[in-house]
Design a protein around this ligand. Structure first.
Ligand SMILES: [Zn+2]
Length: 466
């Protein structure tokens, strides 16, 4: 098959987007759902990941031949391409694993089998098209195409393909430690997160490239209330579930204070010129009217509210196991996204004060601090320049990512971790990530390859092609 050829989808004639789409469709057919943290992969899981690896080697033979390869964890891959200099290496990341779908995908509402890799009407459909096999494919296509052209990296290039991002990201954690042991400090890390987003803020008609420069912290805690229990015919008042319920109401009623972080202010100020005139003018004044603007974001809806404060989601509830048995223990799980600028200690302190009930025990299941903020310097600009090449005229704005990525682990090693996939996502597509009918435009895959080619050969990171 031809790797190069004029494509209808991109103007450069270097990238054949249809071929990239075909490669992606084939990779989607491996249901690479990672086992739960601490569990061994079963046979089907092993076959999916090994199958994916074999395909990657088939599609990208030069890349796999040129790289020194480390396995991290069961199926994570860390590739190193030796550059002219080992100084200021670059690390590109994309994960292999996907979130599961229901076995009865039709009942769930998928129009196509999520693991069939269907290409239709200029789009590729299936679980992982946007999260994150789409980015993985365009990254590898870019590398392979450059190697075919005889490109040699100016600096060491690492490529990390984690295989358990959706579970915890132990592979990324292991890779971070491996690099740390070897004394490698990436000058720039690029992982998933932002995108070329359409319909991202009300009133903005243009597509906007949002690049994550930090991400919120992630914390899960259990609220536990113990009780003597007994027969349901003689219930005490209050019972364990009532005490727990009151605690949950108190959590909802006592939110942490909302604060507009400097990066979020930058997001809005960068995008202000693309907003309707009056809104744009108001947003530009946001630094002066910070309090008013923050309150406005709080009232706009859950998405903008999550931008300005720590969120508490009640995700699991547990009471008695039988319908005529009193609960001896009532339990709730809170999934907490910690605002940048807040610590997990402060969150615990807040919870204790908000609940204000010693009968409610707070047990921490996991805690990750918010990530440090990456600089908006020449590295951020290098990403911006590559966006301009692939998606001309698209504004580039920094933002704080609300969800968690593998990038958070790397942030303990590198001061410059950026979160951006060079794929276009409109509102429906963004909702399909971890949802139903996940899909990516074929044209966007072509542009994604252009993005990585441009980033790797651009002025900031390496010499251009001769
Ligand atoms: Zn992902």
């Amino acid at each position: 098959m031809r790797l190069f050829g004029r494509s209808k989808s991109t103007g450069t004639g270097v990238v054949n987007a249809e071929l990239v789409a075909d490669h992606l469709a084939q990779l989607l057919r491996f249901p690479t759902v990672a086992p739960d943290r601490g569990e061994e992969p079963d046979e089907a899981c092993a076959a999916a990941f090994e199958g994916l690896h074999a395909k990657l080697r088939e599609f990208y033979p030069l890349a796999f031949a040129a790289a020194e390869i480390d396995r991290v964890g069961d199926y994570g891959l860390l590739l190193r391409f030796a550059g002219a200099s080992a100084e200021e290496p670059v690390l590109l990341m994309a994960h292999q694993d996907v979130v599961p779908t229901s076995a009865d995908w039709e009942a769930e509402g998928w129009p196509h089998d999520p693991f069939a890799g269907v290409i239709e009407d200029g789009r590729v459909y299936g679980r992982g098209t946007l999260d994150d096999k789409g980015a993985l494919v365009v990254m590898m296509e870019a590398l392979e195409s450059l190697l075919i052209q005889g490109w040699e990296p100016a600096r060491d290039l690492y490529v990390l393909m984690g295989a358990d991002e959706e579970k915890y990201g132990t592979n990324a954690l292991d890779a971070t430690e491996l690099l740390r042991e070897r004394g490698v400090v990436p000058h720039l890390v690029l992982d998933e997160g932002g995108a070329v987003a359409a319909e991202v803020f009300p009133g903005i008609k243009k597509d906007v490239a949002v690049v994550g420069v930090s991400e919120k912290g992630l914390m899960s805690v259990e609220l536990i209330v113990d009780d003597a229990g007994g027969h349901a015919s003689t219930p005490p008042i209050p019972s364990a579930p009532t005490v727990l319920a009151q605690a949950l109401l108190n959590v909802d009623a006592n939110q942490m204070p909302a604060v507009l972080h400097e990066v979020s202010r930058e997001t809005f100020v960068t995008l202000a010129p693309y907003m309707p005139f009056l809104v744009g003018r108001m947003v530009k004044g946001a630094s002066r009217l910070r309090k008013t603007f923050t309150n406005l974001l709080l009232k706009q809806g859950p998405e903008t509210a999550a931008m300005v404060r720590t969120t508490f989601a009640i995700t699991q509830l547990e009471g008695s196991p039988g319908m005529n048995v009193l609960a001896t223990r009532a339990k709730a799980t809170l999934n907490i996204r910690v605002a940048v600028g807040v610590t997990t200690d402060e969150v615990l302190e807040h919870l204790t004060t908000a609940i204000a009930d010693e009968r409610v025990a707070i047990q921490v299941l996991e805690r990750n601090e918010p990530s440090p903020v990456s600089p908006r310097d020449e590295r951020f600009d290098a990403i911006g320049a590559a966006v301009e090449n692939a998606y001309p005229g698209t504004p580039v704005a920094p933002y704080i990512m609300l969800a968690a990525s593998d990038g958070r682990h790397l942030a303990t090693l590198s001061p410059a971790v950026y979160r951006f996939s060079p794929l276009r996502m409109d509102k429906a597509q963004r909702a399909a990530v971890h949802g139903i009918d996940e899909n990516v435009e074929v044209a966007s895959l072509g542009r994604g390859v252009e993005f990585y080619r441009s980033l790797l050969t651009g002025k900031a990171l390496g010499p251009g092609l001769k």
